[in-house]
Design a protein around this ligand. Structure first.
Ligand SMILES: O=C(O)C1=C[C@@H](OP(=O)(O)O)[C@@H](O)[C@H](O)C1
Ligand SMILES: C=C(OP(=O)(O)O)C(=O)O
Length: 434
């Protein structure tokens, strides 16, 4: 059983999830991908000349990345700002130390920035939210040590001191693909480049490593990913280049799920033809749960009937979709089994325990397995759905609330981690109903 750890559990922090009054018919424009934004910003800060990152996400995780890179010296000038989108002009500067970095609860900041800090001329201290101190960091910090840096702990808080020379390292990335991405992203700037070998149970969320490799190549970095579980980044410059950030397909999940639960149609404009975003796998997953998924000229269209089918799915590659798929499973008319996601016990919270606890709190039948969840159909009733400071738990509660009147999501503001406008966008999808 999971224990909610948000400090803000008072009635004022409860958000009544709107129940769907009928089928939805909405176009939902998603802001930029968190994963693309934070990679693009970091690569621009390490590049050989100024770059632009257009339609970057603005959210807590992206703001933390911007603050971290600015602390380390990069000049970053915003334009065309709205609440969740901004264009950045970024001028790289030598990486400077003697600073402290707040990683919040952002995996991309805690796992990507330490290798950049190892290029600095002085120590860089890292800390984050209380929950961040529990997230796995040992493999990447051990790897930085093996590559020449000094790091004084194996979890947050810690201090990194360069210089780092690079070379070859073996690590166990079964707790997070970000252990690999974090070394590859800065690796071209290490004197010897970097060769990362994974040894251990399979690496989860592989599309995110493919995203890292793809974006490095776009920046002119030579990467060899031809061997299983080994990646080689050659030393050399990271070329300045302009990036247009794709919409965040993982954040599309609750909205597209909304079409399935309420019935009706949701269109997400700008859905890329080709992408390394794992969220693209929503297409087959939602189809298997009963949706009709069509590419339309302007994006992706998902139509549902209000009836949700259960699913057996291995979400190892796309584990960040688990909370939405579990929410759908809790509303399905047949049993579901989600597997391959043991490592999400180390995401923002233990998502397996949190999902089982919160679905069962509403009267559901969700059982934890070592690597996922088994969810059986059972009528749900209203009640508090705790978010555990986890944006995707909060949106999972909203999905369930579409079909179950009286669901109150605690701390909906935590969606600001990647989608600050979530409550307004959700209301707009439902035609303003609350
Ligand atoms: O590199 C990234 O941008 C991410 C990698 C994945 O992490 P894990 O490998 O820890 O699942 C994903 O779940 C996370 O939301 C974002
Ligand atoms: C696991 C996630 O985030 P993070 O980047 O903090 O790991 C997520 O967004 O689902």
């Amino acid at each position: 059983m999971a224990t909610p750890h948000s400090a803000s559990t008072g009635p004022e922090a409860l958000w009544t999830a709107p129940a769907a009054a009928g089928p939805v018919n909405a176009t939902v424009r998603l802001p930029g991908s968190k994963s693309v934004t934070n990679r693009a910003l970091l690569l621009a800060a390490l590049a050989d000349a100024p770059s632009r990152v257009r339609r970057a996400l603005r959210s807590r995780d992206a703001d933390l990345m911007v603050a971290a890179l600015r602390s380390l010296g990069a000049e970053m000038t915003p334009s065309g700002e709205s609440r969740s989108s901004v264009d950045w002009a970024i001028t790289p500067r030598p990486v400077r130390g003697g600073v402290s970095i707040d990683v919040g609860l952002a995996g991309t900041v805690m796992r990507f920035v330490p290798a950049v800090a190892a290029l600095a001329d002085g120590p860089v201290r890292f800390d984050g939210d209380p929950a961040a101190r529990k997230r796995p960091m040992g493999p990447i910090l051990g790897a930085l040590r093996a590559l020449g840096a000094s790091v004084d702990a194996d979890a947050l808080p810690f201090t990194v001191r360069g210089p780092i020379s690079g070379g070859e390292v073996v690590l166990d990335a079964s707790t997070s693909s970000q252990m690999v991405s974090g070394l590859l992203l800065a690796g071209a700037r290490f004197e010897k480049g970097v060769t990362v070998r994974h040894s251990g149970p399979p690496v989860p969320s592989m599309p995110h490593i493919e995203m890292t490799v793809h974006m490095l190549r776009q920046a002119g970095v030579e990467v060899d990913d031809s061997g299983a579980d080994v990646w080689r980044v050659e030393p050399g410059p990271i070329r300045a280049h302009d990036v247009d950030v794709e919409p965040d397909l993982s954040n599309a999940a609750p909205f597209l799920a909304g079409a399935l639960v309420a019935g009706g149609t949701v269109v997400v404009p700008g859905w890329p033809e080709e992408t390394t975003q794992g969220g693209d796998r929503l297409r087959p997953l939602l189809e298997r749960m009963g949706a009709t998924v069509t590419r339309v000229p302007d994006g992706l269209q998902v139509t549902g009937s209000g009836r949700v089918r259960g699913i057996e799915a291995d979400l190892h590659d796309v584990s960040e979709l688990t909370p939405t798929i579990a929410a759908l499973a809790a509303l399905a008319d047949s049993p579901s089994r989600i597997g391959g996601v043991a490592h999400i016990r180390g995401h923002e919270t233990d998502r397996i325990a949190a999902l089982a606890t919160e679905i069962n709190r509403l009267g559901g039948d969700a059982r934890e397995t070592p690597d996922g969840l088994e969810i059986h159909p059972r009528p749900l009733s209203g009640g508090v759905f705790h978010s555990y400071d986890d944006h995707r738990m909060a949106t999972a509660g909203a999905v369930i609330g579409l079909a179950v009147p009286g669901v109150q999501v605690e701390n909906i503001a935590t969606t600001g981690k990647t989608l600050p406008e979530f409550p307004d966008m959700w209301a707009a999808m439902l035609g303003g109903a609350r």
